[in-house]
Design a protein around this ligand. Structure first.
Ligand code: FMN
Length: 278
């Protein structure tokens, strides 16, 4: 398959068969990560490999109800690592304060995501599947403690990888012309915005399972594995919150606006605990 075909066929995979990934393949994934672009080529990145059953269980317990974290034979914790850069700078008689520079933080986060996506696509080329776990960001204190992560290092992304047992058919995406702007930004009118998202998800209807297939695949995938309660809860909340459309589903139920704004302080606190302050 060409790289383009791999990209078009990629889907987040959350159900894995119980099969180890050969060491030479893992080495290739890591080489791909290490060869990713990096702002200034500073490479403020560390990757913690999680393979043993015991560590997988510890990690999964911290992350919460996402059974694929425990079931995947391999997970990689992508850390923004200013500890090593700071030490190197100090040893070289120069001050580096990435922990106080929003610029270094933003570029460093982009760096680790470039490395993570290199891993995701290299995994695809070896018939592996993977899924990002962004919710690690809500548990950075615990992850830092569990994995002995020092100050100035933030575990900002997790990728779980394995051989797919099943793969979601297709996930809806916006039409390409909605995200592309020729030569300058064009502001869509309200009708076009509504149409764009309706085209993406289809009409919000009573067939909750079919809807969730498109809008919250995680709960269905979890249900296939172990966390049946999650699906029940979501179905109940669609009713109790009187969800009427897709945007309400996202910003009332999945990512409630008030809770998301409130979470900002928790994220800042975790960053401060790691020595980051802008
Ligand atoms: C930054 C980021 C964070 C994500 N976090 C999670 C997560 O915590 N749990 C999960 O199951 N999937 C997670 N995903 C996967 C998305 O749910 C998935 O990419 C999206 O539904 C689109 O599906 P696709 O990847 O198959 O195209 C994340 C993806 C990204 C890019």
């Amino acid at each position: 398959m060409t790289v383009f075909e791999l990209m078009i066929n990629r889907r987040s995979v959350r159900v894995f068969i119980d099969k180890e990934i050969p060491e030479d393949v893992i080495e290739k994934l890591l080489n791909a990560a290490n060869n990713a672009p990096s702002g200034g080529n500073i490479q403020p990145i560390s990757i913690i490999i999680v393979k043993s059953k015991e560590t997988r269980e510890k990690l999964a317990k911290i992350i919460g109800p996402q059974p694929w974290v425990k079931n995947a034979p391999l997970s990689m914790i992508f850390c923004l690592d200013f500890y090593r850069v700071k030490r190197w700078a100090a040893l070289s008689k120069i001050d580096f304060q990435g922990e106080h520079s929003l610029g270094h933080f933003l570029i460093g986060y982009a760096d680790i995501m470039c490395a993570a996506q290199n891993v995701v696509m290299t995994a695809e080329s070896f018939q592996l599947g993977s899924v990002y776990i962004g919710s690690i960001q809500g548990t950075m204190d615990k992850i830092r403690e569990c994995f002995s992560i020092p100050k100035y290092v933030l575990p900002l992304m997790l990728v779980s990888i394995g051989y797919p047992k099943s793969k979601p058919e297709t996930m809806p995406k916006l039409e390409k012309n909605i995200i592309v702007h020729n030569e300058k930004y064009r502001i869509l009118n309200d009708d076009d915005i509504l149409k764009a998202y309706n085209n993406k998800y289809g009409e919000f209807d009573e067939d909750v399972d079919a809807y969730l297939e498109k809008a919250y695949i995680e709960v269905l995938e979890a249900n296939k594995q172990e966390s049946g309660n999650w699906l029940k809860l979501v179905k109940k909340r669609i009713k109790s919150l009187d969800i009427q459309n897709h945007a309400q589903f996202l910003f009332k139920l999945r990512y409630p606006t008030e809770a998301m704004v409130k979470q900002t302080e928790l994220l800042f606190q975790q960053m401060r605990n790691a020595g980051f302050k802008f």
